[in-house]
Design a protein around this ligand. Sequence first.
Ligand SMILES: [Zn+2]
Length: 70
Amino acid sequence: MSRRKDRERYQVRKSLDPGYQGFRGPEPKPETKPEVRTAVCSVCKRVKNVPADIPEDVDYVCAACREGGS
Ligand SMILES: [Zn+2]
């Protein structure tokens, strides 16, 4: 039940398997570049690259503005 034991076990497992990346698993590697187009963020008015499948008639808000909020 000790957390330290768990961490030790994790370290051992990691040292045995350099590829072990915990719970998150390996990073997905996209093999094809997604199609992108440019869109102007309706909040900061910056031009951004966005996935081409985002509809043009919807106001685009970039990730920074969506997260930043304020
Ligand atoms: Zn923005």
